[in-house]
Design a protein around this ligand. Sequence first.
Ligand code: SF4
Ligand code: SF4
Length: 284
Amino acid sequence: MIEIEFIGRGGQGVVTLSEMISEYMISNGKWAQSFPLLSAERRGAIVKAFCRVSDKKIYLRQQIYNPDILISTDNRLYDEVDFNRMKDNGILILNIEHDKKIDFINQRGIELWRVDATSIAQDCIGKNITSTAMFGAVAKALGLGINEVNKIIDKTFPRFSIDNKKAASEAYNLTYMSNYDINDYVNRKTDVFHIDDIPIGGAIKSDIVNNVKIGPGSMNNKTGTWTSSHPFIDRDKCKKCYLCCFYCPDGAISASLSINTYYCKGCGICVNECPSNAISFSRR
Ligand code: SF4
Ligand code: SF4
């Protein structure tokens, strides 16, 4: 039996991807099951789905904890993907920007497959709905037939199948295996905007709570994985009022006005607060 876990964001088609893969397997003579794990939150929250595939009827009904295959459909979620739970010789398939380095050590024979499915989905269907691009990526990594993948897409998206098949084919061609052992994360403690650097007015007060110093922002949560869009500051328009710095709920704007994309969650508060209209959003 093969067990597959999917992780992504609500609205990206995580559950649909799981169902399409199950359907592919069933149409190829296997037994398969697909089921979601949804959170109570709105669109954009983390969503999981699970799929089991076997030559025999499957009686197991519980959640999958140690998948053979782990698939992330969101290009900012790689930090949340716990590949240590995977079985030996598993397959990890990530939607990730082409040139992004990640903290992955090739242990226990786990293969890492990469694809920039967000860019492909934006180009082919004009939205960050990555299910069909990731279906193409899964087909490449697992050796599934792209023609049969297209048949499932025809059935699943009868009105939008042309663009979705284009996304799957493009992803199929661009998915590649690449094992990194590079830790490229920013050490936030050296980069965080300290309370003492903020000009007088408006900022929350630094304090000691339970022996821990608090200031603006969240040190431990890499909230930058919540979004694929981040603000851009036009230095010609910027008046250096620093309002954006102390209104940012994640302390993601430094004293030099650079945006730390590991912590910027894309809330847009800085855009609203900037009196000079110097901040706009762009996809990374
Ligand atoms: S969008 Fe602006 S205010 Fe919101 S987290 Fe990012 S930098 Fe901070
Ligand atoms: S709020 Fe706008 S003008 Fe003020 S520092 Fe930030 S980008 Fe510059």
